[in-house]
Design a protein around this ligand. Structure first.
Ligand code: SF4
Length: 458
């Protein structure tokens, strides 16, 4: 499966790629379908049914809000975080929805069903949406939010990225070994190969570079915004935002960095905290490759840009391209959905992507990049998803700091070697996949096990 770099890095809103961004896109697609079939003007009632993990953690992850926003015609990449709250509150209080320019009755309590004990066969994140005129069913569709904001509908296979003529990019790969062979055969680095592929998909080098710059800009903005906000995160857990006070503390003691050789770690943790507090608050972040893990890659990339000698805009672009290559391997051969494989598929994948990307940005060979990505996942194997209260807050926010630090360590370990190592990236991806299949569903974004049941919520 060849994807675009911008399938792995998408601008969206928090708190969840599979539970917020994906369902919002699914509703947008259903509206488009109604428009094409000519049914939109006849719709008098809409019903949405959430299944499996979407039902179990949908409240905490904002799925009902995402459904309402999507049915109101909002796209995750364009809607302003402030609009999200106002549109949601308006629909809840008026019990009305504006669909295709007309007002119809819509009571979220009555018209969004949470089916806690049912799962649709294709994927644990299932949505069924039905459109009625009076009591006549006009149309219905099942959508599956398969992780990272990707959505497929019933009967559909996942889309691949092709060029304007429908041809595959010049260097297609599905495994790490293929990627390494292609790089060596064509004398390309991983990032060069990825940028060649992306050029064929987008058709214009400047467009590709601008899109990469935009991704980093949104990442940086989420760090900056997160460092300025304070107070309690929404959702009822009472979690206080920490990034601002940490930022002020670090800023006020620059001399501490001279005495403490590991002071940079505090800054990396700060960047990750800032992004994921923004995500938890429903703010604008880059899905990278998911929202729960949205802080790992920005934190490691900010570390590269702000702490590494010789860092450059070119290096930033190469970092993102390399990270995307690694993310594609997981997407194709395993999963980036916590509902399928637990947190290995979120923080674990983000850590692996960031590790390989940093190794590349630090001048590592293709083999060292592969080694770093492998180390990044190997020590996240088995990690469960057990968010307290179904919110993307505990353990999620802090876990991003751990993923970022681990990624830096993985890159440094790989760069100390020559790229030769015992466990291949392909083997560790397969191991992650099998571990995810074996994992009990209570540890897969259902909040029925782990911390979610052992910590009192209030
Ligand atoms: S525990 Fe991990 S996978 Fe689960 S919601 Fe939090 S960050 Fe996402």
């Amino acid at each position: 499966m060849q994807l675009s770099i911008f399938d792995l890095f998408k601008v969206g809103v928090g708190p969840s790629s599979s539970h917020t961004v994906g369902p919002m896109w699914a509703m947008c697609r259903f509206l488009k379908r109604l428009t094409r079939s000519g049914f939109l003007d006849q719709v008098e009632r809409l019903e949405v049914h959430l299944y499996g993990s979407l039902a179990l953690t949908g409240k905490g992850h904002g799925t009902d809000r995402a459904v309402i926003l999507g049915l109101s015609g909002c796209r995750p990449d364009r809607v302003l975080p402030a609009e999200v709250v106002s549109i949601f509150n308006q629909v809840c209080s008026r019990k009305e929805l504006v669909v295709g320019g007309r007002i119809i009755g819509f009571d979220p309590v009555q018209h969004i069903g949470f089916h806690h004990f049912e799962t649709l066969p294709r994927h644990p994140n299932g949505i069924r949406v039905e459109a009625y005129s009076s009591d006549r069913l006009l149309d219905h569709r099942e959508y599956f939010s398969v992780g990272g904001g990707f959505v497929v509908e019933e009967g559909e296979v996942e889309a691949v990225a092709l060029d304007a003529n429908g041809a595959a990019p010049p260097y297609p790969f599905t495994t790490a070994i293929q990627l390494l062979e292609l790089c060596n055969l064509n004398n390309l680095t991983v990032s060069q190969l990825m940028l060649e592929n992306e050029l064929s998909i987008q058709g214009d080098k400047q467009v590709v570079l601008q899109m990469l710059d935009r991704i980093w800009q949104v990442m940086e903005e989420s760090i900056e915004r997160g460092c300025k906000q304070e107070g309690i995160l929404p959702g009822g857990l009472g979690i206080r935002r920490r990034a601002k006070s940490l930022f002020e503390d670090l800023k006020s003691r620059p001399e501490a960095a001279l005495r403490d050789p590991l002071a940079a770690i505090d800054w990396v943790s700060l960047y990750a905290l800032a992004v994921n507090e923004e995500n938890a608050a429903g703010g604008r972040v880059v899905t990278a490759p998911t929202n729960g893990a949205a802080g790992v890659i920005p934190a490691v990339l900010a570390y590269y840009m702000r702490f590494m000698h010789g860092a450059s805009q070119k290096g930033m672009r190469e970092f993102l391209a390399t990270a995307a290559a690694i993310g594609m391997l997981y997407k194709h051969n395993a999963s980036i959905s916590a509902a399928e494989v637990g947190c290995q598929g979120e923080i674990g994948v983000a850590c692996s992507m960031a590790a390989g990307a940093l190794a590349g940005a630090m001048g590592g060979s293709c083999e060292q990049i592969e080694n770093a990505a492998e180390i990044g996942m190997e020590h996240n194997l088995g990690m469960t998803c057990d968010p307290i209260g179904g919110l993307v807050q505990v353990p999620c926010i802090e876990r991003n700091t751990m993923g970022a630090i681990k990624a830096i360590n993985a890159a440094r370990l790989a760069l100390r070697g020559d790229g030769q190592h015992r466990v291949s990236l392909d083997s560790v991806i397969e191991t992650m996949h099998q571990t995810g299949i074996d994992m009990q569903s209570k540890y897969k974004e259902t909040s029925q096990g782990g911390l979610a049941v052992n910590v009192v919520e209030c």
